[in-house]
Design a protein around this ligand. Sequence first.
Ligand code: GAR
Length: 214
Amino acid sequence: MTQRLRTAVFISGRGSNMQSLILAARAPDFPAEIALVLSNRPDAAGLRFAADHGIATAAVDHKIYAGREAFEASVQALLDVHRIELICLAGFMRLLTAGFVARWQNRMINIHPALLPAYRGLHTHERALQDGVKIHGCTVHFVVPAMDEGPIIAQAAVPVLDEDTPDSLGKRVLEQEHKIYPLALQLVAQGRLTIDGNRVKSGSGASVAPLIVS
Ligand code: GAR
């Protein structure tokens, strides 16, 4: 097959979304290759999984840098060394500067545990329960300088149940995250998406997002 898109996954911890990307990318016809997993936390559990799967890993500890620009310069150097073409943020809990985001415009995607534009930021499941919404979910989007904004590639919805706690709801959402992130990466890596303002179009006329509501 043609060259696969060289992709880096940025994590800060557990890395379950990273795992779903690595496993999906093992399929021979998957259009992206996970070429690097990078964490800003040296103790991130996900680094071990990536290394065990033969993927290059790097820890760039943000705490030892004087500021965000210096941290990002080290990150960029690693991206250059590994000839990275696309970045997937997967539970990466560091804000990136506008300069870094601009450099990776339309080449960096993120997963967020809510149906954006609702519930940007943290504690999305607690806030959804407090508001009494009946449908919650997750979103994969292109990264822009404003946090948790940017053109939406895929979303999945889940029902909110009477007995839900933030944990049980978060677990149901996470199962969907593990489905839509590989799907979104595949769509981006196939190179057939167009970005029209805030709208991402697949060109096929088909919805790029599974709607999973029961
Ligand atoms: C995921 O739920 C992801 O959507 C969320 O952090 C979790 C990381 O889990 N990301 C954010 O909240 C970013 N704003 P993981 O390390 O197991 O993939």
